[in-house]
Write a protein that binds this ligand. Structure first.
Ligand SMILES: Cc1cc2nc3c(=O)[nH]c(=O)nc-3n(C[C@H](O)[C@H](O)[C@H](O)COP(=O)(O)O)c2cc1C
Length: 304
């Protein structure tokens, strides 16, 4: 279904420079009598036309200015020129973000978590669908409840995987998921479950007092990619705001296999979950950056 186009052009202000036409991915705008006019039938509401206009003649009413207003910091609402941000600072931030597995018992304010969601939503999304969803747990007891439900899933899974009959059956049918799980995760998950039972250790959420579950509504062209790009923004934003973070793939996997877990999070069944991010004030500190394994990018000679 075609969406209503929400681009509004002030013909008085428009100088007819045509820059908005150049950056529009949808050919929504054309020049009529030397002034920009909405003539197309589609618009993905990316806001490039508004951003590029030297005369500030364009508004896109679907876009919310408050999406770039934050509770915990003030941001200059001016576009950064290509190359204007220090790459060394950007990459230092990226490399300084580490998965945090020790948290203080200090709560994270809703205001800060709301900011993180907005930071997440600055990510690109396929056809600008922005069909991501963010479910925010801002209390430790909520994270614990979620963790207990995930632990219950893994308890059942381990019971099944421990049974050679089920593993054999899984080998005959499809991708042998149970056999692979048994080889790769069974023992470490069992250890984590035992420690949880015996000593109350939270090896799933690492004691985090908050979490954000990133999902997608139906109808996105690239739901997983969008959600994961938003998640990476949240991880970087968290570091900049003084928070530690950790992706919890085990929780995502539990939800994928046991969608009923969504109910305790009030996430509708039709939504998919792509990332679970543990968040909190860090109780760990690093002295240095460590880098990654050596990389060999491929530069194909495609002349032949
Ligand atoms: C998709 C994904 C799932 C992950 N799941 C978990 C998890 O369940 N528990 C955990 O402690 N860390 C998890 N991690 C964190 C990785 O172990 C971590 O990113 C990796 O060891 C590199 O360390 P760094 O994030 O500190 O750079 C996950 C990371 C990704 C990308």
């Amino acid at each position: 279904m075609a969406r209503e186009i929400t681009v509004v052009i002030d013909r008085e202000k428009c100088t007819g420079c045509g820059l908005c036409l150049e950056v529009c991915p949808d050919r929504t705008i054309s020049l009529e009598e030397n002034r920009a006019a909405v003539t197309g039938e589609r618009c993905m509401e990316c806001g490039h036309c508004r951003a590029v206009c030297p005369a500030a003649a364009i508004e896109v009413t679907a876009l919310a200015p408050e999406s770039l207003r934050f509770n915990s910091f003030a941001m200059e609402n001016r576009w950064l020129e290509w190359g204007a941000f220090a790459p060394a600072e950007l990459v230092r931030l990226m490399a300084s973000r580490r998965s945090c597995r020790n948290y203080l018992a200090k709560p994270v304010s809703r205001a800060l978590l709301e900011d993180l969601v907005k930071i997440g939503a600055t990510a690109p999304s396929g056809t600008n669908s922005q069909k991501w969803t963010f479910t925010v747990l801002d209390r430790r007891d909520q994270v614990e409840k979620f963790g207990n439900r995930v632990a219950l899933f893994f308890r059942k899974l381990n019971k099944m995987a421990a049974n050679p009959f089920y593993r054999l059956l899984s080998g005959f049918t499809g991708k042998n998921e149970l056999g692979n799980y048994y080889r790769r995760y069974f023992a470490s998950v069992q250890r984590a479950l035992d420690l949880r039972d015996r000593e109350g250790c939270d090896l799933l959420f690492h004691g985090a007092p908050a979490a954000i579950v990133v999902g997608s509504e139906e109808g996105a062209s690239c739901p997983a990619e969008d959600a994961l790009l938003a998640s990476q923004n949240i991880l970087l934003g968290a570091h900049a705001l003084g928070l530690g973070s950790c992706l919890i793939g085990f929780a995502v996997s539990a939800i994928k296999h046991d969608p009923a877990i969504k109910e305790i999070l009030t996430i509708p069944r039709r939504e998919k979950v792509h990332a679970v991010i543990a968040l909190g004030y860090p109780a760990e500190h690093y002295q240095r950056l460590t880098g990654r394994r050596p990389l060999q990018p491929r530069f194909p000679d495609m002349s032949g």
